[in-house]
Design a protein around this ligand. Structure first.
Ligand code: MN
Length: 443
């Protein structure tokens, strides 16, 4: 089946479309009318119930308030009822055609000149005044390992003689993570403690992690799932991928190095992981999809991981950035300094391949399940998505723009991730921010 990007686009992607809300028309806003991402929010510090919202400019459309106005009927009314709850799971479980119908209705109602402007203005809440919760109950969380650049450089640090294991180019590698410790942007968590063993030590010891790191990842939310025993075919995955966010998979490298063999990551990963509040929908990302290619010298993917559609449109050109806010910068009132930038398009495996592979054995995905893409390091050394790589395993100081240095994170450091998509002929859209702060270890 041949497919072009044009076939995925509709009036909601039209770059000429503008909103009656001025802040949505500013050139650098993350949330123009072409984006319309979903979150769970309430007014900060209030006793209000959390409910669904859609970002527009510097405001949020309160979907529970909109539902009560009864401006829509049919599946759009049903979708708004689902979005009025404290999690988006029921909405995400609806067919992709319903996600699309709600997006089209909101796009029309928010467009410049819309008849519903007055009604929708009654549903606005300023983003400045909002606090967020996880957008859904995340039942299961799987972290993949899809950047071959990350896998090769980390592999060469942990196993210099054997950096890339032979299965890497055949299997989208992943492990089952823990969802209870996934938190929303703004979270602060104590430095983890655990068991580590220095290479020259006779025996391990327990104490605060000395090599705390971030991982720059894309988070992928599954909408409608599959029955146990059924598979999701590669070309059907757009019906199951609800959207994406920014994801910081905090990692304790010293704990990881000692514990990871033979069963993989465990306590080095499950003390905290942070998601950005907004889910940018798969539909909003359509203009930024791009071709996916496998180097001819590498093994070509097996049949269930290969299709014309996946080759034509499987990759997403999402720019990912990491910034570090040190206590010194914070106290001086200065902005966080940039550590890295790369793009999700360098991923060795596509999101469609992750979904198809995850279900090839009949594993049942459920609405609200979450995938981490794995650390997204680009081909160049400065595009590395972790400090482990930027500091060459802690052997080289990373120089910050303000003269400070780091090998790994210190107490009081905050990591800020941002993401955006830019493409000729499309309106720029952004992901907002994923912020979290490292506290001292508990005594
Ligand atoms: Mn990870």
């Amino acid at each position: 089946m041949s497919v072009t990007k044009q076939s995925l686009l509709n009036e909601t992607h039209n770059p000429q479309l503008s909103s009656w809300l001025d802040s949505a028309n500013l050139p650098n806003t993350d949330f123009p009318i072409q984006n319309l991402p979903f979150a769970i929010f309430r007014v900060a510090g209030s006793e209000q119930a959390f409910r669904g919202g859609v970002a527009i400019g510097d405001q949020i459309i309160d979907l529970a308030a909109l539902s009560k106005l009864k401006l829509f009927d049919g599946v759009i009314a049903e979708a708004l009822v689902a979005c009025s709850q404290s999690t988006l799971n029921d909405f995400m479980a609806m067919p992709a055609s319903v996600w699309s119908a709600l997006r089209a209705a909101l796009s029309q109602a928010l467009s410049a000149g819309a008849e519903l402007e007055g009604e929708l203005r009654r549903c606005l809440v300023a983003q400045d005044e909002a606090e967020y919760d996880l957008p859904c109950r995340i039942g299961d969380y799987t972290d993949f390992y899809t950047s071959i650049h990350h896998a090769t450089s980390v592999g060469s640090l942990f196993r210099p003689d054997n950096p890339l294991l032979p299965n890497y180019k055949w299997v989208p590698i992943g492990y089952h993570g823990r969802s209870s410790s996934i938190g929303i942007s703004g979270q602060a968590f104590p430095r983890p403690k655990g068991q580590t063993k220095a290479p020259d030590a006779d025996s391990p010891s327990v104490g605060p992690c000395k090599r705390l790191d971030y991982e720059m990842e894309v988070g992928i939310y599954i909408g409608g799932g599959n029955e146990l025993g059924e598979t999701i075919a590669l070309d059907d995955t757009d019906q199951h991928i609800f959207g994406m966010c920014l994801f910081n998979d905090w990692s304790a490298r010293d704990i990881q190095a000692w514990e990871y063999q033979p069963l993989g990551p465990f306590l080095a990963k499950n003390f905290a992981s942070t998601v950005s509040p907004w889910i940018v929908t798969n539909e909003a990302l359509a203009p930024f999809r791009t071709s996916w290619q496998r180097n001819e010298a590498d093994p070509q993917p097996l049949e269930y991981l290969s299709s014309e559609r996946n080759s034509a449109l499987g990759s997403y050109d999402v720019q990912l950035e990491v910034f570090l806010e040190t206590p010194t910068l914070r106290e001086a009132g200065e902005a966080a300094v940039k550590l890295t930038q790369s793009s999700f398009r360098h991923s060795y495996w596509t999101t469609a391949q992750m979904v198809a592979h995850h279900t090839v054995n009949g594993c049942n995905l459920v609405a609200g399940d979450f995938f981490g893409s794995g650390t997204q390091s680009g081909p160049d050394a400065q595009e590395a998505g972790s400090l482990l790589e930027l500091s060459n395993g802690g052997k080289q100081q990373v120089e910050l723009a303000n003269g400070e240095t780091r090998t790994f994170l210190e107490d009081g450091d905050a990591v800020v991730m941002r993401g955006y998509c830019e493409q000729a002929g499309a309106k720029r859209i952004g992901f907002g921010e994923c912020y979290s702060l490292v506290l001292p270890a508990k005594s």
